[in-house]
Design a protein around this ligand. Structure first.
Ligand code: NAD
Length: 476
């Protein structure tokens, strides 16, 4: 796959004669392959192909669409080892995680395939005697979708699954840092019988691609996963054409460990999710607030778990934490630690880059981190864990809500009253109480405040690609 990185436009795999950029293996910093950049003509052709394909795909029955989408999911499972291997090489994440991710991405496709059969409209009694009034759910149209590098199978499948099941077509720009996984997904769709033009894949300079595609007349919806800053920029571009947009942006998930929590269980539970993909997950538990009475015990348990994790190249079967995806994350982790310690935080474990080849950074637990530290206010997106003490529920809820983010939040408590209080007062799109599994195919995945709007899972994820049309008819 790395020798053959291509664009996929109107059913054609294209790479010759295009400018390219190096694809880097984050574990070795070696060049894996060359990522071709789409020209302005390629983008125009992709948008036109998506438009032409839309005119037929929207009329393909939901059953037939489901057959093709599930067919692609089955092929992804059949090709699991090869896809996961490439995913690990290009993203750095451990191979065990890569396999789990590919299987999860296939599950997302299956779920959307089924849900597409249930894109029901409704009938509304009319005020006009004899009139029949129905609401049809129609696909929005061709979409321009932009995915980040951190979950290179999951994010594209959320966007592809929702769009295709609803009857939309798309031009997808996956990250240039993880192209092979998206191309393997596209290949599975091609082999499952997806008509040419329904799914197109392009790479290039992100800002150039988004500004051209979003301004193209054929595009009717935008979907983006990435940072809040870029999300705001795309929202402005989409506003110029009054396009629908789904934004899945950054987060800085608070974790509240209450005084009545089972501290040992809480530490285990939250560590599993915190270190998934070395913390480079938008819903990663990210700012830890631990009640004064259980603080020391929690820090001890959590540090023990963190320090025992194996930081190794992702292709090692026993790797728990692979290389960070790119040099930007490594630099960011160093800056978070330096800033926090200069403001009085204590390093409980980790704290420095491992080796000087590959982007390896160990689990790093910081205690007594002050509010002014950047780790408490900026999205971390890595294996650094800032921990603070708290003494009142009111105070900690206020802190949890103080940032502009509102994607995920977690709480550990054995009190029903505390759980209810946190549920009703935390400003978040997803809340896990006593566990962290808030990302299944059937549940809405999305944020509030500057973490974005719209959902990429559950029935809401399908709705995002549908638009209501009222038809009111008098029989003459
Ligand atoms: P970034 O926002 O620059 O890039 C994220 C993705 O957006 C990349 O795949 C990039 O190719 C794409 N992108 C960037 N500019 C674009 C544009 N103008 N038009 C279209 N696509 C564009 O961020 P990054 O440096 O890769 O990561 C930095 C931060 O982004 C992280 O710290 C994290 O906060 C956030 N991030 C969030 C998610 C998420 O799942 N919500 C994923 C990746 C990164």
């Amino acid at each position: 796959m790395f020798d053959n990185l291509s664009l996929f436009i109107d059913g054609e795999w294209i790479k010759e004669g295009r400018r390219t950029e190096d694809l880097i293996d984050p574990a070795t910093e070696a060049v894996l392959g060359q990522v071709p950049h789409a020209t302005a003509e390629d983008l125009d052709r992709a948008a036109k192909a998506a438009h032409r394909a839309f005119l037929t795909w929207k009329n393909v029955s939901a059953l037939e669409r489901a057959r093709i989408i599930s067919g692609a999911a089955a092929l992804m499972r059949a090709r699991l080892d090869a896809i996961a291997w490439n995913l690990t090489l290009e993203s750095g994440k451990p191979i065990r995680e890569a396999r789990t991710e590919v299987m999860f991405a296939a599950d997302i496709l299956d779920w959307y395939a089924e849900e597409g059969k249930r894109a029901y409209g409704r009938q509304i009694p009319s005020r006009l005697p004899g009139a029949m009034q129905v609401v049809l759910k129609e696909p929005v149209g061709p979409c321009a979708s932009f995915a980040a590098w951190n979950v290179p199978a999951t994010t594209p499948c959320r966007k592809i699954g929702g769009a295709l099941a609803a009857g939309c077509t798309l031009v997808l720009k996956p990250s240039e840092e993880t192209p092979a996984t998206a191309l393997a997904i596209a290949k599975a769709f091609e082999d499952a019988g997806l008509p040419a033009g329904v799914l197109n894949i392009v790479f290039g300079v992100p800002a150039e691609i988004s500004s051209q595609l979003i301004a193209t007349a054929e595009i009717r919806k935008v979907s983006f996963t990435g940072s809040t800053e870029v999300g705001k920029h795309l929202a402005r571009l989409a506003a110029d054409r009054v396009l629908r947009i789904t934004l899945e942006l950054g987060g800085h998930a608070p974790v509240i460990v209450a005084e009545d929590a089972d501290v040992e269980k809480a530490a285990k539970s939250v560590a599993t999710n915190k270190y998934r993909n070395a913390g480079q997950i938008c819903i990663s538990p990210s700012r830890f607030f631990v009640h004064d009475r259980v603080h020391d015990s929690f820090v001890r348990h959590f540090t023990e778990i963190s320090a025992a994790l194996q930081v190794k190249p992702g292709i090692d079967e026993d790797s728990d934490i692979g290389a960070l995806a790119n040099k930007r994350r490594l630099d960011a982790m160093e800056a978070f630690v330096e800033d926090a310690t200069s403001k009085g935080a204590t390093i409980e474990c980790g704290g420095r880059r491992l080796g000087n080849l590959g982007f390896f950074f160990p689990p790093t637990v910081l205690s007594d981190v002050p509010d002014t530290a950047s780790a408490m206010t900026e999205e971390i997106f890595g294996p650094v864990v800032p921990i603070q003490r708290f003494d009142t529920l009111d105070g900690v809820i206020e802190k949890a809500n103080a940032l502009p983010y509102g994607l995920a939040a977690y709480a550990y408590t054995s009190s029903q009253k505390t759980a209810a209080e946190i549920s009703s007062r935390i400003e978040t799109g997803m809340l896990g109480i006593n566990h962290t599994v808030v990302f299944t195919p059937e549940t809405p995945f999305g944020g509030v405040k500057e973490s974005g709007y719209g959902s990429e899972g559950g029935i809401e994820g399908l709705e995002a690609y549908l638009t209501p049309k009222l038809v009111s008819q008098l029989a003459w």
